[in-house]
Design a binder for this molecule. Structure first.
Ligand SMILES: NC(=O)c1ccc[n+]([C@@H]2O[C@H](COP(=O)([O-])OP(=O)(O)OC[C@H]3O[C@@H](n4cnc5c(N)ncnc54)[C@H](O)[C@@H]3O)[C@@H](O)[C@H]2O)c1
Length: 371
């Protein structure tokens, strides 16, 4: 199969869909890989590294899209890329179609086969192609928070780990899923006093075990959230109710009660945020203050560390990509029900219930179109 890897052109997107290691494995399996020039540059992979791995470097995006049977990307296509859509072309990428009716229309009109990273499931029912980005954001949240706690960045001038004779900072983590667990690991590693709140008691039991009692765990209720945020130097928001807007666990009144110069990193901002005073920010203007509390609410935190993020993402996406290339879309989807859950459009038919529900339109289950 001929596989195309275009350069991402969405604002601030520095990741790339395939690494040189992926190119090598695809080439060894007999496939041809067309990589647009500079596609991996910002992730730390120059053209030369792709060429050495067996890719053909191509000067323009039109050539990549036009000559490939499968295009692998990171973000959803944006308008200048719509002209490249054509019947039967397989697109493997993050799509987040639910709120994007115009893109959905285009993909259906042009009869593309679109498999969205964010809806692929594994045998345990989790979302394996979303997990790596939550791992990155969770670990990064403590690093970012530690930075903003410095006086120069507007924080209260406190070192997370303290020093002998001086107590460490208090980190409060809301949500004990992937983001929360990874944040806890780094916060504890840096020596902070760390408390994690979740509504799922079994999850708290697991975390108590994993961290050997070093992590303080608390059941989620507004009393506990108010108390913990009042005492915290750094609050990290990582709650998620799948498919829904994040619950506002930290109210405006709780923020007003926080220490001046404390920091909130609301990772859940991509789902609306779990702090009432949080609003989406970008890497070019990442923070602002409310009631003297620094808020950092960047919606695509992994974008700041494209090298790590590209490697983490492609570690997870590559096995699926290789199967799609080896078997073709129909057989790969037939053989893996979890991958089939990633199918969002098939040759003009909408095939994802969640997208259909958000856009109030008809859909057909993947099993009915790929048989
Ligand atoms: N900003 C970014 O760049 C970025 C990057 C990756 C992930 N995220 C977002 O971070 C959020 C968390 O992702 P995740 O992968 O950790 O999700 P997850 O499903 O693994 O974990 C969510 C946790 O929240 C808990 N929870 C739900 N409601 C709660 C409540 N009322 N009180 C306390 N806990 C509650 C759940 O029990 C679960 O343990 C998501 O919104 C995700 O999209 C953002």
């Amino acid at each position: 199969m001929i596989i195309g890897v275009p350069r991402e052109i969405k604002d601030n997107e520095a990741r790339v869909g395939v690494t040189p290691a992926g190119v090598k494995a695809l080439a060894e399996a007999g496939h041809t890989v067309l990589v647009e020039t500079q596609a991996g540059e910002q992730s730390g992979f120059p053209d030369e590294s792709y060429q050495n791995a067996g890719a053909e470097i191509v000067g323009d995006a039109g050539h990549v899209w036009g000559n490939s049977a499968l295009v692998v990307k990171v973000k959803e296509p944006i308008e200048p890329e719509y002209v490249y859509f054509r019947e039967g072309l397989i697109l493997f990428t993050y799509l987040h179609l639910a709120p994007m009716r115009a893109l959905t229309d285009k993909l259906l009109e042009s009869k593309m086969i679109c498999i969205a990273y964010e809806t692929v499931r594994d045998s345990r029912g989790t979302l394996p192609l979303l997990t790596p980005m939550s791992e990155v954001a969770g670990r990064m949240s403590v690093q970012v928070g530690a930075n903003y706690l410095e006086k120069e960045r507007g924080g209260r001038g406190i070192l997370l780990g303290g020093v002998p004779g001086v107590p460490p900072a208090h980190v409060a983590i809301l949500g004990g899923g992937i983001v929360g667990t990874n944040a806890a690991r780094i916060a504890l590693g840096l020596g902070a006093r760390t408390t994690l709140i979740d509504m799922n008691l079994n999850r708290l039991r697991e975390l108590d075990d994993i961290f050997n009692g070093r992590l303080y765990t608390l059941a989620s209720n507004s009393y506990n959230v108010a108390q913990v945020t009042r005492e915290a130097d750094l609050v990290i928001g990582g709650v998620l109710i799948p498919g829904a807007t994040a619950p506002k666990l930290v109210t405006r009144a709780m923020v007003a009660e926080m220490k001046k110069g404390a920091v909130i990193v609301d990772v859940a901002i991509d789902q609306g945020g779990c702090v009432e005073t949080a609003r989406p920010t970008s890497h070019s203007n990442p923070s602002y203050k409310v009631d003297g509390v620094v808020h950092y609410c960047v919606t695509n935190m992994p974008g700041a560390v494209p090298n790590t993020s590209t490697l983490a993402l492609t570690n997870s996406t590559f096995p699926y990509l290789l199967r799609l290339a080896n078997l073709g879309a129909r057989d790969a989807l037939r053989q893996d029900a979890g991958l089939a859950e990633g199918l969002n459009t098939w040759l003009g038919t909408l095939t994802h219930g969640g997208v259909a529900e958000s856009q109030q339109r008809a859909w057909t289950a993947p099993a009915n179109v790929i048989k």
